[in-house]
Write a protein that binds this ligand. Structure first.
Ligand code: FES
Ligand code: FE2
Length: 369
C-alpha cells in the first residue's frame, strides 16, 4: 500500500540539506573550545586566529581522541589532548609536538562551513560540507535601522521531526487553535514567492497569555491584546522569518523574528527565536528613552518580544513532540496548502533518502500509512 504514497508525503528526513543555526554566536568565545551536538554528530567550535568561527568533528583523525575533552586553543588552532597535534580552522594539521612536519602535514579533518550572522552560527549541512549548495539565505538581509538581533538558548523539542515546525507556519487553523490568535484575514495566501520561499501574510489579534495552561494567566492576559499584520516566510526547513507590523497607535513598530530549527540528533530538535525591532519614526518617547538609558526603544523592547516569541512555542511544542507523521493526512480546505508545502520541502531531502524501517525506528517517530 505504501508504494503508492508519493515520496514527499513520506516521513521527511531529520538530517535534511540546508543551513541550520547550530549555536549562538556568543557561545563561541576566543581561547575556548565549545562542544556541541549537531545532526547526531559531536562537533567542536572555536575562534581561529582571525576571530572567525571554525567548526570541526570532535574526533581527532590521528587516534580518535575527543578534541572537546581536554583540547585547548593555541593561536587560533585546536590542540588535541592526546598526542598534541594542532589543527587550524580549516582542519589542516599545522603542528605536531614530537612529530615531523612531513608526517603531520598529511593529517586533515574536513571542516564544516560556518557563517556567523543574526546572533547565531549557521552550519551548512549537505553532501559536501566544504561547498554549500546555495548561499546562506540570511546573509543578504538588510539590518539597517533594526536593533541588534538578540537570541536566547531556545528550547529543546524532544521527538520532533525537523519539518513539523515549518509545516505549522502555513497551517492557518493552528494559529487560531494553538496560538489563540484571532485570524481576521489571510491577506496573501500561502504560495512560493519569486525567491523560492514559502510566504503568507495574515491579519491577526494576539492576546497575552492566551496559550497558558493556567486559567488565571489567561484571565489576566485577556485585557492585553493587540492587532497586527504578520508576514510569514519559510526560507528552509531550519529557517523561517515572521515580520510583524504593529499598528499606528503602537508607533508602527516592526518586529522581525527569525525562527530557527536545528536537529540535534535523529529524534530531537532545538528551536530558537532571534528578535530585532525597527522603529520607522522614533518619536519623543524614543528620544527620551535614548537620552536616559543610552539605548533606543527597539533595544529596550526586543528582549520582551524575544520572551514572548519563545513562550509562543508552548502550545506548538506539546503538539510536535507527540505528533504522528501521517502519510495520508486528511487536509481540509481551511488548513492551508499542507500538501503543497510538503512537495516544496522535498527539495531539502538528501538525494537517495528513502523511508526505511530502520530509519523510522531510529527517529522514534510514529508513522502511519
Ligand atoms: S589522537 Fe589526537 S593527537 Fe593523537
Ligand atoms: Fe505554531
Amino acid at each position: 500500500m505504501s508504494s503508492v504514497v508519493p515520496r514527499h508525503m513520506r516521513l521527511p528526513p531529520q538530517f535534511a540539506t540546508g543551513w541550520f543555526a547550530a549555536l549562538r554566536a556568543d557561545e563561541v568565545v576566543p581561547e575556548r573550545v565549545t562542544t556541541f551536538q549537531f545532526m547526531g554528530q559531536e562537533l567542536v567550535a572555536f575562534r581561529d586566529a582571525s576571530g572567525a568561527v571554525a567548526v570541526l568533528d570532535a574526533v581527532c583523525p590521528h587516534f580518535g581522541a575527543h578534541l572537546g575533552h581536554g583540547g585547548t586553543i593555541e593561536s587560533g588552532c585546536i590542540r588535541c589532548p592526546f598526542h598534541g597535534l594542532t589543527f587550524d580552522g580549516a582542519g589542516q594539521c599545522v603542528g605536531g609536538g614530537l612529530y615531523a612536519e612531513r608526517g603531520y602535514r598529511a593529517l586533515r579533518t574536513p571542516a564544516w562551513t560556518a557563517r556567523e550572522t543574526a546572533a547565531c552560527v549557521f552550519l551548512w549541512h549537505g553532501p559536501d560540507r566544504a561547498n554549500p549548495g546555495w548561499p546562506m539565505p540570511l546573509e543578504g538581509l538588510d539590518w539597517s535601522g533594526w536593533s541588534r538581533p538578540i537570541t536566547n538558548a531556545g528550547r529543546a523539542l524532544p521527538r520532533t521531526n525537523l519539518f513539523f515546525p515549518t509545516e505549522n507556519i502555513i497551517d492557518m487553523t493552528h494559529f487560531v487553535n494553538v496560538h489563540k490568535w484571532d485570524l481576521h484575514r489571510i491577506t496573501v495566501p500561502p504560495h512560493v514567492d519569486d525567491r523560492g520561499f514559502m510566504r503568507a501574510h495574515i491579519d491577526v489579534t494576539w492576546t497575552a497569555g492566551a496559550q497558558s495552561q493556567r486559567p488565571w494567566v489567561r484571565r489576566l492576559g485577556q485585557r492585553i491584546n493587540s492587532p497586527f499584520q504578520v508576514e510569514l516566510v519559510i526560507l528552509e526547513p531550519g529557517i523561517a522569518m515572521a515580520t510583524t507590523l504593529l499598528t499606528e497607535a503602537q508607533g508602527a513598530l516592526r518586529v522581525r523574528s527569525l525562527i530557527l530549527i536545528t536537529p540535534v540528533n535523529a529524534a530531537d530538535c532545538n528551536i530558537r527565536a532571534v528578535m530585532s525591532v525597527y522603529d520607522p519614526a522614533p518619536g519623543r518617547l524614543g528620544g527620551v528613552v535614548r537620552r536616559a538609558l543610552g539605548v533606543g526603544l527597539p533595544e529596550l523592547l526586543s528582549p520582551f518580544f524575544l520572551a514572548m516569541g519563545t513562550a509562543d512555542f508552548d502550545g506548538d511544542a506539546l503538539i510536535w513532540s507527540n505528533r504522528t507523521h501521517l502519510e495520508r493526512p486528511r487536509p481540509l480546505k481551511e488548513d492551508g496548502p499542507i500538501v503543497a508545502y510538503r512537495r516544496w520541502s522535498e527539495r531539502f531531502w538528501p538525494e537517495g533518502y528513502e523511508r526505511i524501517a530502520a530509519v523510522e525506528k531510529a527517529h522514534h517517530l510514529h508513522v502511519v500509512d
